[in-house]
Design a protein around this ligand. Structure first.
Ligand code: URA
Length: 237
């Protein structure tokens, strides 16, 4: 997109628009190797190379925050070594370079946040942040009170003990049981391993919440931008 040079410089965080005009007039800005002193000059914010005192000016991307309802059969990496479909294939309309915040297994569906806000990604995925993640799991059989108490105490898997977790029965389907499971960590295949440990393995798994952010009725394979309120909530976690 073509924008006025002073606007481009301001959006890149070089200076206010007023100050940027002064820099242009002072001959300190070059576009594609040529010094520009015309205030009306327009630049293409993707193609043109802008330099300030000889140093390249990187346009800061707009920060975007997306919620995807990941379907099963997609990996949560930007590229897959086995060439399987990735969640990036589902957000083709987003031009910013977003990355998934944390991960969901290939065979897990549901809420996945993607953003280009590195600070937020770091914060949300740091082990010290005990953000609750809520899952709806279809389990084989029906967990009993002992299983529920074991979740509450924390479950031993792979030689370590999980933080206390919650398991609630939502619906008994006979062979299966629909359960709501809440954990505060995000270790590899954690929910699946916890359910295996109580001998009620997972048949299907879907994440429906991260803290107060809820998947709601977002269709599988669709995405939406988080609301300002949701972004503010994540930032203050
Ligand atoms: N726990 C799992 O076992 N799998 C996921 O994808 C997320 C949490």
């Amino acid at each position: 997109m073509e924008v006025r040079l002073q606007k481009f410089l301001a959006e890149a965080g070089i200076a206010s628009r007023r100050k940027a005009e002064e820099l242009i007039l002072a001959g300190r800005i070059k576009v594609n190797g040529v010094t520009v002193t015309e205030l009306g000059t327009k630049v293409d914010d993707v193609k043109d190379e802008v330099f300030y005192d000889g140093k390249p000016v990187k346009k800061s991307e707009k920060l975007v925050y997306i919620m995807l309802n990941k379907p099963e059969g997609f990996v949560t990496t930007v590229k897959d070594q086995f060439n399987r479909p990735t969640v990036m294939d589902l957000i083709k309309g987003v031009k910013e370079r977003v990355v998934p915040v944390g991960r969901l297994d290939y065979d897990t569906s549901g809420l996945l946040i993607l953003t280009n806000d590195g600070e937020l990604t770091f914060k949300l995925t740091h082990p010290s942040k005990k953000v609750e993640k809520t899952y709806i799991a279809k389990l084989f059989g029906r967990p009993d009170d002992n299983n529920i108490a074991a979740f509450r105490r924390g479950i031993e898997i792979d030689g370590w003990k999980t933080q206390p977790a919650r398991l609630e029965i939502v619906e008994d389907l006979g062979k299966y049981c629909v359960c709501k499971i809440t954990i505060t960590e995000g270790k590899n295949r954690q929910v699946r391993k916890m359910c295996e440990a109580i001998k009620h393995p997972v048949a299907t798994l879907k994440r429906v919440g991260t803290g107060e952010i809820e998947l709601g009725d977002l269709k599988k394979g669709s995405y939406r931008y988080l609301t300002d309120k949701e972004v503010a909530y994540l930032k203050k976690l």
